[in-house]
Design a protein around this ligand. Structure first.
Ligand SMILES: Cc1cc2nc3c(=O)[nH]c(=O)nc-3n(C[C@H](O)[C@H](O)[C@H](O)COP(=O)(O)OP(=O)(O)OC[C@H]3O[C@@H](n4cnc5c(N)ncnc54)[C@H](O)[C@@H]3O)c2cc1C
Length: 281
């Protein structure tokens, strides 16, 4: 498929990118790795008249220890996160999850900022960000603001990032908890999740206490926390009792890979496995 004709602008700084967004409004689209934007344009699901290439903003590609959290530049490629010793030590769920994204070619091109901005319910990083209680820093004409993961995903491929804002940084609180797990059901290793689940257990995360974060992939129109599971655990339910609630409040779609019922079943199974692997009983 051939995309609608567009102008191409390569920028050298975040401020230049912002100037383009302000000038062109919803006619412009940022391109980071292009691995989601270009397929959307080829299918004519997106038809920006200006593509603003931010792929070479090397000063937004970094992984830093910031004391209580790990800071990751928005243009950091998946591969850099997957192999980072800092991420492996302080955000092991994120390092592992990143290694499950697509195939090596995808991981060498795609960026964490692009993955989160795209806000795809079928993607892996949004789920990890939710379970990790992470946040994104966005920059706009009026300065910077921080958006918590739970406030980021607002609708199908929609986020609370404004048209004139770009993500500059992702913040992940350091892992000090007891356990974590990432479960992804797919037919081939490089495929997207049919359903997936991320689990992280905080240091105080015992049954009867808040502190077990669970999120689901491809179970709703948005990336989403499994609040029924979390609340059941906080109320003292066992892991198996809580896992039975994994599909509560979710509205999964039916497609060639799975029916609604199969997705609901997978959510229960994967959350059960995730809780077990994370040490919740
Ligand atoms: C074959 C294939 C297999 C894949 N498999 C998986 C998979 O298994 N799991 C998975 O999670 N993902 C998968 N992906 C998606 C991959 O992770 C993409 O890299 C990711 O979704 C988008 O990142 P990107 O840097 O390519 O973003 P782009 O495609 O460049 O941009 C995506 C969207 O985000 C916006 N954007 C980009 N950067 C910013 C920014 N800094 N601030 C604000 N907006 C921004 C763009 O305007 C666009 O709307 C796959 C992709 C392909 C092509």
């Amino acid at each position: 498929m051939i995309p609608v004709a567009f102008d191409y602008v390569r920028v050298e700084s975040a401020d230049e990118a912002l100037a383009q967004l302000v000038e062109h409004g919803d006619e412009a689209k940022l391109m980071a790795g292009g691995h989601s934007l270009l397929p959307m344009m080829k299918f004519r699901l997106a038809y920006p008249s200006v593509v603003v290439d931010i792929g070479r903003l090397h000063d937004l590609s970094y992984i830093r220890d910031q004391g209580d959290h790990v800071a990751i530049g928005a243009l950091t490629r998946h591969r850099a996160i997957e192999v980072s010793d800092l991420v492996k030590e302080h955000a092991p769920l994120l390092a592992h999850t990143t290694g499950q994204v697509g195939d090596p070619q995808v991981r060498h091109r795609g960026t964490i900022g692009g993955s989160l901005a795209h806000a795809d319910a079928a993607a892996d990083h949004p789920s990890a960000l939710l379970a990790l209680n992470g946040s994104v820093i966005v920059k706009g004409p009026d300065g910077e603001r921080e958006i918590a993961a739970v406030d980021l995903f607002t609708g199908f491929l929609e986020s609370s990032i404004e048209e004139t804002e770009l993500i500059t940084e992702i913040r992940i609180p350091k892992f000090t908890g007891k356990g974590w797990s990432f479960q992804k059901m797919n037919r081939r290793a490089q495929d997207w999740a049919i359903v997936g689940a991320s689990v992280q257990v905080a240091a105080s995360g015992q049954q009867g206490e808040a502190g077990v974060q669970v999120s689901l992939i491809n179970m709703h129109s948005t990336p989403i926390r499994a609040t029924a599971v979390e609340e059941a655990l906080a109320g003292g339910a066992s892991a198996s009792e809580a896992a039975e609630l994994a599909a509560e409040g979710m509205e999964p779609s039916s497609d060639l890979n799975a029916s609604v019922e199969f997705r609901q079943h997978l959510a229960r199974v994967l959350v059960g496995r995730g809780l077990a692997e994370a040490g919740v009983s």
